[in-house]
Design a protein around this ligand. Structure first.
Ligand SMILES: Cc1ncc(COP(=O)(O)O)c(C=O)c1O
Length: 652
């Protein structure tokens, strides 16, 4: 299938514009046109901007440097900058009369311009070839192409993996169905580092390096690295690159658990910042700006600040002032954009963390773009980036047998985001708006708006909501979230993303279709019509405040410790645990916030919270608690271990 690639030519010289469009149009007919280049004109700045915004198939804009616009100085340059602010993935060419004009453009907008054509050299087939080559370069998938080529070469495999391109499975009476289920190409493309022409993820110098360079350009990074172990591993790699034992780190206590694991691995000294909480809906929001700025002021010796933006529920920080404050003290900023990898490709979602000045950004490309699960990217813009150290830690965490289909999927996901991300996201936004209205019209369910979601303490912080993440209040429907999830799943074949005691979350992506929206609406309408009697939602007990650290998390984690039961013989919270130092990270799920991290002192409120959770919800997952004879036990430091810890002094 040939795509459509529109080229917009902007000039108020009507005769010349017609000549250019006719010349390029004729070249498109005469020459090979694999990208489906078509040409259209615009005479004014506003007209051009409107078309770029309205037509997701516009790929290239040619701007006549002679463009006039009443009341606007240097309209061509202005237009170039405004188009890039809107859609940075587009290619821009300037049509010049002389070299003076070129100098001016280079001074004012060279960073956004891809090339120049001179008006007195109207070699339209030459221009056409250059524009085609531009699209070929942008839409290239060097790794995926090489992988396909290799599979087509049908080499005999005398190397790993053991299924040998699927030959061990094919035709088997017992497991042949797996071959059919997964598909031949997937198995033939499951290759290994034994194939040099496919480059190496751990030392990329060929097609993987090329694919990563294209991704860096697309996402606005100096360097991009593909990770096949998810953002979980990407976060740990960055922590181990930036932090040495004892280094101070500012972090949102509500960060993903991989961040907390990174604290243990790096030996960093964490300063936990409490995130805001929306108690009505059981949703954790961003850390208040005031808390962040105060922490930056109070800990100018911190090496790193890490934030999650946007959150799982779609709340995103006004990052620029925070990054500026951190950089003012020489603190590096890492942003976990696990849920926001598409943001670069539509202005509604921008600025991205990189655009806001972050030094390191991790993205689960698989969560919100078309990559396979586990396929993530690490973007780097740190001016003091130590590539050697990064490579060492990357290789420490990465498998020496990465899954090649995952790498190909990152290459393809980047191409898609660049070539059609804007158009697809525009559609997703429309579907999200439509679904919002439809759910609200059921009467029983309501999509929460930013004002509903924002915890009070962050109301004035400039936080915005990603409209593709829909949090639906179900508290007036008469359903519990468990009942609703079950009804959607069993009766209507619908699986939602997550839930709290009074909400469900729906994640819309570029893969959401109008049919899915319609089926979901239909299901919710039918469920609303059941008119169940209202019920009082069972609230989660409130997560207790952070107590204090007695030592570095890493030190506590690596001690042997002793195991004390959570409840005493009478089933009450075990008073012997109060004042003891926890060795593990204890995370009840949901809500998934660590109630204790290694090195943290257990106080009465934490103990009674854990005991209450255990009694109230036996089926609840309690990550970090060990089980002995069917009872939960907590691993804590013995007094001798605590006294012997060298880092303890930092916390006394
Ligand atoms: C904020 C955040 N960071 C990181 C991760 C880990 O991402 P991955 O699943 O790609 O390992 C998640 C996963 O849910 C997350 O929510």
């Amino acid at each position: 299938m040939t795509p459509v690639s529109r080229v917009l030519v902007v000039s108020d010289d009507a005769t010349w514009l017609a000549e250019v469009l006719a010349g390029l149009g004729a070249a498109a007919v005469q020459l090979e046109n694999p990208f489906g280049l078509t040409f259209m004109g615009a005479a004014h700045l506003s007209d051009a901007l409107e078309r770029v915004a309205a037509d997701g198939d516009v790929q290239i804009v040619l701007i006549d440097k002679q463009l006039h616009e009443k009341g606007v100085t240097q309209p061509a340059v202005q237009l170039a900058n405004r188009i890039m602010a809107l859609r940075p993935e587009l290619s821009l060419y300037i049509l010049l009369v002389d070299d003076d004009q070129k100098l001016l453009v280079e001074e004012m907008a060279s960073h956004v311009v891809d090339g120049y054509f001179y008006r007195d050299e109207p070699d339209f087939s030459g221009w056409f070839r250059i524009l085609s080559a531009e699209l070929a370069e942008k839409s290239a998938t060097p790794f995926y192409d090489r992988l396909k080529l290799y599979v087509r070469m049908a080499k005999d495999s005398w190397h790993t993996p053991g299924h040998s391109g699927g030959d061990s499975l094919k035709g088997s009476h017992w497991v042949g169905d797996f071959y059919d289920f997964v598909g031949e190409n997937m198995l033939r493309a499951d290759l290994s580092v034994s194939v040099p022409m496919l480059d190496s993820l751990l030392h990329p110098i060929g097609v993987i390096a090329e694919a990563q360079a294209l991704a860096a350009k697309a996402f606005g990074a100096k360097k991009t690295y593909f990770a096949t172990n998810g953002t979980s591993t990407s976060n740990k790699v960055i922590f181990q690159t930036l932090l040495t034992p004892g280094d101070k780190l500012l972090l949102d206590r509500n960060c993903h658990k991989s961040v907390h694991h990174g604290v243990i691995l790096s030996g960093a000294r964490p300063v936990y910042l409490d995130s805001s909480i929306n108690r009505q809906y059981g949703i954790f929001g961003p850390v208040p700006k005031e808390t962040l700025i105060a922490a930056i002021e109070a800990h100018p010796d911190a090496r790193v600040l890490i934030l999650t933006s946007c959150t799982y529920d779609g709340l995103r920080y006004d990052l620029e002032p925070i990054v500026e404050a951190a950089h003012g003290k020489g603190i590096k900023v890492v942003v976990d954009e696990a849920w926001y990898g598409f943001a670069r490709f539509h202005p509604v979602f921008r600025p991205t963390a990189l655009e806001a000045g972050a030094d390191y950004v991790t993205q689960s490309t698989h969560k919100v773009l078309s990559a396979f699960s586990q396929a993530s990217m690490i973007h780097v813009n740190d001016p003091a980036f130590d590539e050697h150290l990064f490579r060492e830690t990357f290789n420490m965490h990465a498998s020496t047998s990465p899954q090649y289909n995952l790498i190909a999927s990152l290459d393809v996901a980047r191409k898609q985001a660049v070539m059609e991300g804007y158009r697809l996201l525009e559609r997703t936004l429309k579907l999200a708006q439509e679904l919002r209205q439809k759910i609200n019209s059921t009467g029983a369910f309501r999509v929460l708006e930013l004002g509903d979601l924002l915890p009070e303490e962050v109301q004035g912080d400039g936080i915005r909501l990603d409209p593709t993440k829909l949090t639906v209040d179900i508290s007036h429907s008469g359903f519990s979230t468990d009942e609703l999830r079950q009804a959607l799943f069993e009766r209507y074949n619908i699986q939602v993303e997550k839930s709290t005691f009074s909400t469900i979350t729906l994640l819309l992506t570029i893969g959401t279709t109008r049919s899915k929206v319609s089926r979901l609406h239909d299901a919710m309408l039918r469920l609303a019509k059941e008119k169940r009697p209202p019920r009082t939602p069972r609230r989660m007990p409130e997560v207790p405040h952070f107590s204090r650290l007695a030592c570095l998390p890493r030190d506590a984690f690596y001690e042997h410790g002793e195991r004390l039961p959570l409840l005493d013989d009478e089933g009450r919270p075990n008073a012997d645990l109060v004042g003891r130092v926890c060795c593990d990270q204890i995370v009840p799920y949901p809500p998934g916030i660590p109630v204790l991290v290694p090195g943290q002192v257990i106080d009465e409120s934490i103990l009674s919270y854990l005991a209450r959770l255990q009694k109230a919800q036996k089926a609840m997952e309690m990550h970090g608690l060990a089980e002995e004879g069917g009872d939960y036990v907590v691993r804590v430091l013995s007094s001798a271990e605590l006294l012997s810890l060298p880092g303890r002094i930092l916390f006394s």
